[in-house]
Each structure stands twice: as C-alpha cells, then as structure tokens.
Design a binder for this molecule. Sequence first.
Ligand code: ZN
Length: 225
Amino acid sequence: MPVNSDTGSKPKVPSFLNTGNKTSKGHPDKTNFMFIEPHFGKSPEDKAGWIEVICGSMFSGKTEELIRRLNRALIARQQVEIFKPKMDTRYDDTNVVSHDENTIRSTPVQFATEILLLSGNCDVVGIDEAQFFNDDLIEVCTKLSNAGKRVIVAGLDMDFEGKPFGPMPYLLAMAEFVTKVHAICIKCGNVATYSYRLTNQKDKVVLGESEKYEARCRNCFFEDD
Ligand code: ZN
C-alpha cells in the first residue's frame, strides 16, 4: 500500500479506491468513480433498458446517489417515477428522503408488483430501500428493463448479520451496472461495508437510524463474535 508522503501514515482509503489524482485542495479525486449514464437516448432504435444497482451499508450514501442520478434524468427531461416500500416511514410518507435532507417525491407501495402498474410511460424507474420488497421485485425489474426502461435500484446489500438482504443479491447479479458505496467505520475510521445493530433485537427487519445501527468495517463488525 502506498505511504502518504506528508505524514508517513498509511492512507485510510484503500488503494483500489484511489485513482491517484488529487483535487486542488489535495484530497483524492473521486470524480472518476462517479457513475456516468451510458446514454440518455430516446430514439426509437435506442429503446434498450437496463438495471443499475446502488448498494452498501447504512450511512453509505445510497439514497443520495439514487437522488443524484434521478435529478440528472430530470434535467435531461426524462419522465421519472420513484417508489419505496410503504413500511419505510422513518422520515416521510411520500418523499424519498436521504440523510442530507435532499428530497425527491416518491410513491410508497406495499407490493413490488404495484410498481409495474404505476410506472406507465416513464423512462426511468427509481426504487429505494429495495431490500424490504420480496422476491417479486426481481421479476418486476426484469419486466421494466425489458420494456426499455432504465431501472435504478438502491438498497442494503447485507442485513445486520452480514447476510445478503432480500432480493438484493439477485438484482446485483442481474444488473448491467453495480455501484457499491461505502460508509466510514464509526469505531476505527476505515471503509465500512457492514450495518452493525446496537440492540439485541433478532428480527431481520428492525427500522431505525443511528440510535440502532452503526456503520462498521469488517474487522470491527466481527470483533464481537
Ligand atoms: Zn473499523
């Protein structure tokens, strides 16, 4: 691993995430990791759809990244519809709301199959908190993308035990484009990929935020086992 010449300490960002480029302020340039749309084309011969998955632990910025992509589609004058499971009422009933309070209007649905009925003529379908839907979501995303739509799915890739969550592993396998975003470990400052539950509840789904979960790296997640 390269050594930071200023301090002699090892950089916290793993080398595989570091492009080597620096911004004017000396920070690592992350723009090279940013997802760029393959095209916004809508010509008749250009009707191929696809699936994008944005995954990661809690506090990793999944929803922020989903909103960024959907806003770009809106700027490109595309018709966008956004859905989230009805059970996720942590912030607001009708908005996809991320932690930085950057919001975008969404439709809460109880079942994944409702998304098929409600997405109509739109170009882009965004789905947030996808891990809470059942496996019907896999067929729904397949049908939408086969019908020429761009489908952007954001969700937790792993549950509080570090196991693949709901339909996410299938969607990760089927997607054309996968982005794994990372949080920062609250214990040691390394890159975090796990959602550590602070309570003793054993249910797979326990809604909560920083009062119930913290982002942890592999070492800190498994150290209490
Ligand atoms: Zn750690």
